[in-house]
Write a protein that binds this ligand. Structure first.
Ligand code: SF4
Length: 160
């Protein structure tokens, strides 16, 4: 089974009530299971945008960084609950690979927004991506895939 960020398959779960529809991924969507960690963590749709403060997802999981939304509210607990729920699902279904939305404070696998809500990015992982990577799941972002690489992943990990 291949895990994918729900917003990439066109589901309107993003903070602003929209999606990050990706037509390439949607063509292979029947082989994927969609998750949205922030919705699983109990956050509403829509919701204020949130960014990690003073670190990345690994630091949040270590308790040395927080997640705050644009209103200044601390939503760290919801982000950790969401990551835990995704991890429970991953363990239950023995998932080895995930395709997660680039730059997201939950799903980003290599870059995240820097906490200033200015659009600037820093190296680092979102909270759920960090959780999956530390448990050995191979995490790609949609930006790292083209049709060939996606076909290879689907051939290796799909379940009919
Ligand atoms: Fe998409 Fe992940 Fe954000 Fe949910 S938490 S809207 S799946 S990027």
């Amino acid at each position: 089974m291949i895990l994918v960020s729900s917003c990439l398959l066109g589901n309107k779960v993003k903070y602003n009530g929209e999606s990050n529809d990706n037509s390439l991924l949607r063509r292979y969507g029947r082989y994927m299971t969609a998750i949205c960690p922030e919705a699983l963590g109990g956050l509403t749709i829509p919701r204020p945008p949130a960014e990690l403060q003073n670190g990345d997802g690994n630091d949040v999981l270590a308790g040395t960084a927080r997640v705050k939304n644009k209103l200044g509210e601390d939503v760290t607990k919801s982000f950790i609950v969401g990551a835990d729920r995704v991890m429970d699902f991953v363990k239950k279904h023995k998932i080895q690979v995930a395709i997660l939305k680039a730059n997201s404070p939950s799903c980003g696998n290599k870059m995240i927004y820097d906490g200033t809500f200015s659009g600037a990015k820093i190296s680092g992982q979102g909270v759920t991506a960090a959780m999956l990577i530390r448990h050995g799941v191979k995490v790609y972002s949609e930006k790292e895939l083209n049709e060939d690489t996606l076909q290879r992943i689907v051939a290796m990990f799909r379940e009919e």
